[in-house]
Write a protein that binds this ligand. Structure first.
Ligand SMILES: Cc1cc2nc3c(=O)[nH]c(=O)nc-3n(C[C@H](O)[C@H](O)[C@H](O)COP(=O)(O)OP(=O)(O)OC[C@H]3O[C@@H](n4cnc5c(N)ncnc54)[C@H](O)[C@@H]3O)c2cc1C
Ligand SMILES: NC(=O)c1ccc[n+]([C@@H]2O[C@H](COP(=O)([O-])OP(=O)(O)OC[C@H]3O[C@@H](n4cnc5c(N)ncnc54)[C@H](O)[C@@H]3O)[C@@H](O)[C@H]2O)c1
Length: 488
């Protein structure tokens, strides 16, 4: 029989959960994960991995078509059955057997069922057969329940059986036509994936595309989607949905026009999975994102009830809805849970061992559209709001030797935002084919606060896209040899 008492109990079994439990066990604690669906969570089965598998088909074909000599060899369209089969493999055919083997090797226990807080450091788990198990935690409970797709209240939409990202990433057929409501990351990526797989795609955005990034990102992605045959409608909302007699869905838009489509995908953001989590038993409201401090301890509620034992990690805290950021938080949280349990020193100063400081100023993200959008840190708008004195440097990626070799007609743009007080990078955005791998250099420069003077000594290889670093530095100016630290 499974023990009923653990040092750490984790509710939710996604990537954040796995990492917090792993670090806590490495710190000498016992840990149990409670999971109601598949261990591995959204990213493995219905988000990052299957979506990227679907996108890759069209982007691989497009990349080949930009290279004469290779282009002639890919005259036909995608092989949809092979593409979906590869996606199935990448999503582990929606089986978590591999994750179960990893849990066992990491010394983490698992209890399947729906977990709810039922008091201070107490979790009640309801199994599929309705039986319940009450567990207690010696030191901590971590909430890692993630987020779920948000459905806007558009009349008739729910009745039209729309896809959310879950159905879009796990579909076994490519619809003849797909209308996507939303202009964020999921909308742009799924438009890329499904147009690459041969669907006729209409994207309906209430403002522009990818508006959280530098403005040129949304503009370049919009242009490219349009060139690839996607109908991109901006500054328009969906007011009504209805079924046609032919079994299709008709969307009425705010400008009075209609879109008729085989399928609708709703990609209008996420809601935290905090309802039905028993938060009210410890004086916290359900349904909200869970505010945390930098050690991922939940804030709010009555101190005697929430105290220093309840953590929220990953999407559920709303800090950065990204797998890598949730895992980063989880490593800090697992280590601090172990430190607090073992009575060892807690290093919670900014950039310390036990904090997720990067969440505030150095979050990297790649949007896998064609062109890709790779961004980290602050945009110009973010930096201005934060009150930095900045200088902005731009460069056209098509001017590089690296991009010339990579693709004919390369379209891409780079921008860095420099803090003029300290001569360090605050943010970087790259848009173009294959820019994803440029991003980590920028992340290191930001997190390491590497002075631009020193970056002049980081020599990019020729001919690669990384040469953009040299061009941006040249545009900024180089340090003077007389020891004057000012850059010219
Ligand atoms: C289409 C799409 C594509 C994405 N692509 C990327 C990408 O390329 N890169 C990237 O970094 N991020 C991407 N994301 C975001 C990424 O998927 C999430 O940030 C990540 O999955 C969050 O991990 P998590 O562990 O916090 O939550 P989740 O992965 O959502 O895991 C939460 C787990 O908790 C379980 N659970 C919930 N409530 C309970 C309960 N009460 N009891 C028991 N179990 C419970 C769920 O079943 C689930 O397994 C994408 C998201 C979407 C929607
Ligand atoms: N490659 C990646 O890293 C990746 C890929 C997919 C998702 N994600 C993460 O998942 C999260 C969710 O992505 P998302 O695209 O669902 O959310 P999002 O917040 O990126 O975009 C939501 C979009 O929906 C629009 N919208 C909201 N309400 C609407 C309404 N009622 N009617 C019409 N439009 C409406 C918004 O204007 C916005 O364009 C993101 O925060 C992202 O970080 C990451």
């Amino acid at each position: 029989m499974q023990p009923q008492n653990y040092d750490l109990i984790v509710i939710g079994g996604g990537s954040s959960a796995e990492n917090v439990a792993d670090r806590a066990v490495q710190g000498g604690l016992t840990a149990l994960i409670v999971e109601s669906e598949l261990v591995g969570g959204e990213c493995s089965y219905w988000a990052c991995m299957p979506s990227k598998a679907l996108i890759r088909v069209g982007t691989a074909l497009s990349a080949a078509r930009r290279v004469p000599g290779a282009a002639e060899a890919v005259q036909t369209g995608p092989h949809v059955a092979a593409a979906l089969s590869r996606r199935d493999t990448i999503a582990n055919a929606w089986s978590d057997s591999g994750q179960l083997r990893w849990l066992a090797s990491a010394g983490i226990d698992l209890l399947r069922g729906h977990g709810r807080l039922s008091g201070v450091r107490e979790v009640t788990v309801t199994a599929k057969d309705g039986s319940t198990t009450v567990l207690t935690a010696n030191h901590a409970v971590a909430l890692c329940t993630g987020s779920a797709a948000l459905l806007p209240s558009i009349p008739g939409l729910a009745e039209s059986a729309p896809w959310t990202s879950r159905e879009a990433t796990s579909a076994h057929q490519v619809p003849a036509s797909l209308a996507i409501i939303g202009g964020g990351v999921v909308a742009a990526e799924m438009a890329t994936a499904y147009s690459g797989l041969g669907a006729s795609v209409t994207l309906i955005a209430r403002s522009g595309l990818l508006t959280r990034f530098e403005p040129f990102a949304g503009e370049l992605v919009t242009n490219a989607l349009r060139e690839s045959g996607v109908t991109v409608l901006t500054d328009v909302t969906t007011t009504q949905a209805s079924r046609t007699s032919a079994g299709e869905v008709q969307l009425r838009l705010s400008d009075g026009s209609d879109v008729t489509t085989t399928k609708v995908l709703v990609a209008t953001g996420r809601a935290p999975r905090t309802t039905d989590l028993g938060l009210e038993t410890i004086g916290l409201p359900g349904g909200d994102w869970l505010g945390v401090d930098d050690t991922l301890l939940v804030q709010g509620g009555s101190p005697d009830l929430t105290g220093a034992w309840l953590y929220a990690i990953g999407d559920v805290n709303g800090r950065a809805l990204l797998t890598h950021q949730g895992k980063y938080q989880a490593r800090a949280a697992g280590d601090v849970i172990a430190a607090r349990a073992n009575g060892t020193r807690v290093d919670d100063a900014p950039w310390g061992t036990h904090v997720a400081t990067a969440d505030h100023s150095a979050v990297p993200q790649v949007t896998f559209t064609d062109p890709e959008v790779a961004s980290v840190g602050l945009t110009v708008a973010d930096a201005e709001i934060a009150g930095y004195r900045i200088r902005v440097l731009d460069y056209d990626l098509s001017w590089l030797g690296g991009s010339t070799v990579l693709a004919d007609g390369y379209v891409g743009h780079a921008r860095i935002v420099v803090d003029e007080e300290r001569h360090v990078l605050l943010g970087a955005t790259f848009v173009g084919q294959d820019v994803a791998e440029l991003l980590h250099a920028a992340t290191i420069a930001i997190v390491g606060e590497v002075p631009l003077e020193r970056l002049w000594h980081a020599v990019p290889s020729y001919p690669t896209l990384s040469e953009v670093w040299l061009r941006l530095l040249e545009e900024y100016g180089r340090p003077m040899p007389d020891g004057d630290n000012g850059l010219r």
